[in-house]
Design a protein around this ligand. Structure first.
Ligand SMILES: C[S@@+](CC[C@H](N)C(=O)[O-])C[C@H]1O[C@@H](n2cnc3c(N)ncnc32)[C@H](O)[C@@H]1O
Length: 274
């Protein structure tokens, strides 16, 4: 093992994959994650790693395992994440999609199908998982905005990966598409809704702050959006924090739905027939 790495991982020199797996498991890293990281370093699937766990574990893998143990998200290391059964690119600076957001997509699909909607706008695309999934699942024409240039680039990469035609522009809220706002029937968003100063798990330290925090009470995005735009003739579906349902219901006159864990998670404001 090279001397560059210093002392903390030198004890792992010349250990087999199976020995390394055991040691990292003892330190709290789930075996599945360790297998993925070793496979990633070896450019092989985890099944190969399992079948060859008597090989000496490569140095590159140890570096990745250490990074993960320090809280760096697995998805940023491997550059991919799974969402709605598909793999998407993701990188540091862009939010790692969460399972709750699949529920938001389910609701949007329900409305797109029921009302036979043709145009949707995703505000705050991030990695583009919502926009790309909606296009693939329903064929709806999708537009997207984000205040982060990196997010726009990753979204375009993911759209290309799945051959999805979309228009994605840098800017806040619906502003980049204001000229065609009237024709947009569905607005979807998973906005930043965490309260400023909230105590978060270690992994979130590595994620972009503007994707997470929504001001003192976490509601800035919703307040500005519903103040600024006339949503008559549209359906708005947004992800919300688990304790924000009641206040957002009052603010918007919408309804709240729960996620699979039974927590308030989705706001639906249906003004399609208004
Ligand atoms: C919670 S992340 C959601 C990302 C992605 N849609 C997802 O569900 O994984 C919020 C995203 O909104 C973007 N954002 C924050 N404020 C915004 C605003 N006012 N207008 C447009 N995008 C915004 C952030 O840069 C971030 O990419």
């Amino acid at each position: 093992m090279s001397k560059k790495r210093g002392n903390n991982t030198e004890f792992l020199q010349n250990l087999t994959i199976s020995q390394v797996l055991k040691l990292y498991k003892q330190r709290g890293l789930p075996e599945r994650e360790a297998l993925i990281l070793i496979g990633y370093a070896m450019n092989k699937p985890k099944e190969f790693v399992i079948a060859h766990d008597d090989l000496i574990c490569p140095e590159g893998a140890i570096n990745l395992l250490e990074k993960r143990l320090n809280g760096y998200p697995l998805q940023y290391i491997i550059g991919e994440v799974e969402f709605y059964g598909r793999r998407f690119f993701v990188e540091e600076g862009v939010l790692i999609p969460r399972w709750e957001t699949e529920g938001l997509v389910d609701i949007a699909i329900e409305y797109i199908k029921n009302y036979d909607l043709k145009y949707a706008l995703d505000i705050g695309v991030g990695s583009g998982v919502i926009l790309v999934t909606l296009a693939l699942e329903t064929g709806i024409k999708v537009f997207g905005t984000d205040v982060s240039e990196k997010a726009i680039n990753v979204t375009l990469k993911n759209a290309k990966r799945y051959n999805v035609e979309c228009e994605v522009k840098l800017g806040e809220f619906a502003e980049p598409f204001i000229e065609r706002f009237d024709s947009i029937q569905l607005i979807i968003s998973n906005p930043p809704y965490v309260r400023e100063g909230a105590k978060l798990q270690k992994e979130l330290d590595f994620e972009p702050k503007q994707a997470l925090f929504g001001g003192e009470d976490g509601l800035n995005f919703y307040r500005i959006f519903f103040n600024r735009y006339n949503i008559d003739g549209k359906i708005v579906v947004m992800e919300i924090g688990e304790d924000q349902g009641e206040v957002l219901r009052q603010l918007t006159g919408g309804i709240i739905r729960k996620d699979l864990a039974g927590k308030d998670r989705y706001l639906i404001v249906d003004r399609y027939n208004k």
